[in-house]
Design a binder for this molecule. Structure first.
Ligand SMILES: C[S@@+](CC[C@H](N)C(=O)[O-])C[C@H]1O[C@@H](n2cnc3c(N)ncnc32)[C@H](O)[C@@H]1O
Length: 256
């Protein structure tokens, strides 16, 4: 009997060959960018600037890795921080069930660390007022500032399984600097997820007031980074499964 997992994996491989399905997904990504479709969603009450497919992919990644620290660059309204915090609390809960202990949310070790150059006062207030805020730490400053990088490295030393998500300034130079700073913190088998690689596949007119665009974006940074970092590989089964994603080539898994 073919296992369900094998069935799924065969279907994903077949879907990659399905030109109508792939063209439809590309058309949707292109048509949904300017209307800001990805700004329409929230996670446990906080706006999250992501496509629902990528949120589900992050749930699968977090379940697979079971990180004790998630580092995120780019907080905005805090939705992705709350999503990560909620997943970490569920992992804490599963640990407690498995070990037959009771869960004290104040005592759990898993945490999310968010970085943003500008944590708006109303967003900060709402994140701090959220019931999951006790699993979240935030640092204000540029994610590539040397003092911020030093502080993140200092905090990460206390953790065994680290997952990193990059979603801040989307220029090649910035993302490459983030990759050089934070990818080394990713523990083996975990991921550095780089969002908005899709910019490479969209037209320059879509980003008239942005410093990034085709040729200068997270995807170009990822490919540059991978030239010198054979310890990371793109897990293409994730973007091949999603089809609707802003992170094609962005799910970088640490192999050693
Ligand atoms: C796309 S939003 C983040 C969305 C968020 N991760 C979510 O899923 O809801 C990008 C954020 O990056 C922040 N940002 C821009 N430049 C930055 C930098 N140099 N360092 C850290 N954060 C930066 C912006 O202030 C903005 O809040």
């Amino acid at each position: 009997m073919i296992s369900f997992e094998k069935e799924v994996s065969d279907r994903i491989k077949a879907n990659v060959q399905d030109s109508i399905l792939n063209q439809s997904a590309e058309a949707f990504m292109t048509a949904s960018t300017l209307p800001k479709y990805c700004y329409n969603f929230a996670w446990l009450g906080r706006p999250v600037i992501q496509y629902p497919q990528d949120i589900v992919a992050m749930q699968e990644v977090i379940w697979e890795v079971k990180p004790d620290l998630i580092i995120e660059t780019g907080i905005a309204h805090g939705g992705s921080l709350i999503m990560s915090a909620s997943m970490l609390l569920l992992l804490d809960y599963c640990d407690a069930v498995e070990s037959g202990t009771s869960l004290d949310p104040q005592e759990t070790k898993r945490r999310v660390l968010g970085l943003d150059i500008d944590i708006r006062a109303h967003n900060k207030k709402a994140i701090e007022a959220h019931p999951l805020s006790n699993k979240i730490d935030m640092i204000e400053g540029s994610s590539i500032a040397p003092d911020i990088i030093t502080e993140v490295k200092r905090r990460a030393k206390n953790y065994k399984r680290v997952l990193v998500c990059l979603d801040s300034n989307h220029t090649h130079k910035h993302v490459l600097a983030e990759l050089e700073a934070y990818a080394p913190l990713v523990t083996p088998d975990s991921y550095c997820v780089v969002f908005d690689t899709i910019i490479e596949d969209l037209s320059a007119e879509m980003f008239p007031d942005r410093p990034w665009g085709p040729g200068n974006n997270p995807k170009t940074a990822v490919h540059d980074f991978l030239r010198n970092h054979s310890e990371f590989k793109i897990n293409s089964s994730i973007h091949n499964k999603l089809l609707i994603t802003v992170a094609r080539d962005g799910f970088l898994q640490r192999k050693k």
